[in-house]
Design a protein around this ligand. Sequence first.
Ligand code: C6P
Length: 408
Amino acid sequence: MTLDLKKIRNDFPILGRQLRPGVRLTYLDSTATAQKPLQVIEAMDEFYRKFNANIHRGVHTLAEESTALYEGARERIAKFINASSARQVIYTRNTTEAINLVAYSWARANLKQGDLVILTEMEHHSNLVPWHMLQAERGIELEFIPVTQDGLLDLDAYKTLLERQPKLVSFTHMSNVLGTINPAAEIVHLAHQAGSIALVDGAQSAPHLKVDMQALDADFYAFSAHKMCGPTGIGVLYGKTTLLETMPPFLGGGDMIREVKLRSFRANSLPHKFEAGTPAIAEAIGFGAAVDYLTSLGMDNIAAHEHEISEYAMERLEEIPGLKLFGPSADKKGGVASFILDGVHPHDVAQILDQDGIAVRAGHHCAQPLHEKFQIPATSRASFYLYNTKEEVDLLVKGIYKVKEMFG
Ligand code: C6P
């Protein structure tokens, strides 16, 4: 089913915004954060107007209603990723915190000096730095699956690395710079065959692809609501029950305990064991509304729409003299176009496009080692989501020609 773009765009009030007189917003930065539909904005607004109370703590009506809304959202998020139980869905602040939870809890309980963790050269800093920190503390070893010149993971090199019997393979499902969609199920399967567990960074896959935890078989999967039309401040760590149950708590405090004595405590059951303190309640409810929204459109329809837009964008961008695109061909990637333009700094490209209301990101996109690999300090990045149109791609192309003209 094709998406009804006119109807969808009406759901997003911000997309109608005039930035300055005569300058309409063209939002091509959804990889950084997606815009929010009325369905999400209204769910959060309604929570504060009618239901606001702390959760799991009260017996009064509002406390029971807000607990039911918070837990109901967890159930729907679990269904969205096809987790077998909502107990496997731990609310975190974002993908970064979800990965750090694994690094602090599972890894510090299970990894010792000399143990190998395999990452990839295309990781976001949030799947690099927690492991650097553990390396400094514990002396674990890090190896990286190389990225080929056309932006794919070198799976032969991965198979060779697996001979060294890693304890953990942690990789991104989809690159936020190259757009590459990695063969996640295969990478997980190979990790398991080698006796390792696998963590998938789903920050860019959960918003754009149909993900199925039971088919993927990952031990951990991390994602953020704000990239999936939901609010900032909430994300999820999905984990296999057997692992989550044996892991020590991450943060200590209220709600994560079953019993506290002056000199000891007993941890709560899943998922509460990992949710210390008053959580982001309205945000969880907004997240639930976001997965309902995505489900109502259909993840397969969203992926097909994005594929059509990004294929068109690649074609149009490739025509521009002096523009170099990074990453694989459109059939192997999601809606991300990172590029450099001869003789123009990526920040200047972004700034000039902004004059015409076109929002793209410039910089290393929190993937500095990947940029180093391609021997560039930065790229400009346009990214596409369910509400973007071919007309917006045309505006981007027109804007880039304007940049070229200004820089002679
Ligand atoms: N990438 C981008 O513009 P947080 O910030 O925790 O919600 O997500 C971190 C993260 C982890 N992995 C990948 C692959 C990501 O793309 C991101 C976030 C944004 O590319 C912001 S830097």
